[in-house]
Ligand binder design. Structure first.
Ligand SMILES: Cc1cc2nc3c(=O)[nH]c(=O)nc-3n(C[C@H](O)[C@H](O)[C@H](O)COP(=O)(O)O)c2cc1C
Length: 142
């Protein structure tokens, strides 16, 4: 079975909840590892077939705090041929809506990753609809 890793950064638990739903969906097709970004470094993700990065957006368009250091260290990576996908919750009442998703996709592109599907952005509370939608999105991650 191919291996997938989900890396998330979350202040109030929303990205973490989405990561859990993603993991449930991916488990039928991948051996899934889920890690809080504070517990790992970029070098820990290179041996996975699918890398899923999740960050909420804070402070007018910035990555979730814990993700910043990981992001800075990502420059050491070569993600050529790696399948990568990005997700994150946000709130469209802020100007820089879900900017963290764009930031992580842009970095992944620079590192030559294969972005398998456009990033998943969710506006507002993580309710049942959010869970259903991220599972639909996860079903596209092959
Ligand atoms: C002070 C503050 C700043 C925020 N800034 C943004 C922002 O710039 N863009 C955005 O889309 N959402 C923004 N949000 C909304 C959060 O991203 C959203 O609540 C998210 O679900 C939090 O996820 P987390 O609990 O995983 O950190 C902000 C929220 C707060 C409280």
């Amino acid at each position: 079975m191919e291996k997938a890793i989900i890396v998330y950064g979350s202040n109030t638990g929303n990205t973490e909840t989405l990561a859990g739903a993603l993991s449930d969906e991916l488990k039928s097709r991948y051996e899934v590892t889920t890690r809080n970004v504070i517990d790992i470094t970029p070098q820990d993700i290179v041996n996975y077939d699918l890398i899923v990065l999740g960050s909420s957006t804070w402070n007018e368009g910035e990555l979730q705090d814990d993700f910043q250091e990981f992001y800075d260290e990502m420059d050491q990576l070569d993600l050529s041929g790696k399948k990568v996908a990005v997700f994150g919750p946000g709130d469209s009442s802020w100007d820089e809506y879900c900017r963290a998703v764009d930031i992580l996709e842009e970095k992944s592109r620079q590192l030559k990753a294969n972005l398998v599907t456009p990033g998943f952005k969710w506006d507002g509370d993580i309710d049942e609809e959010a869970i259903n939608e991220i599972k639909k999105w996860a079903s596209k991650l092959h």
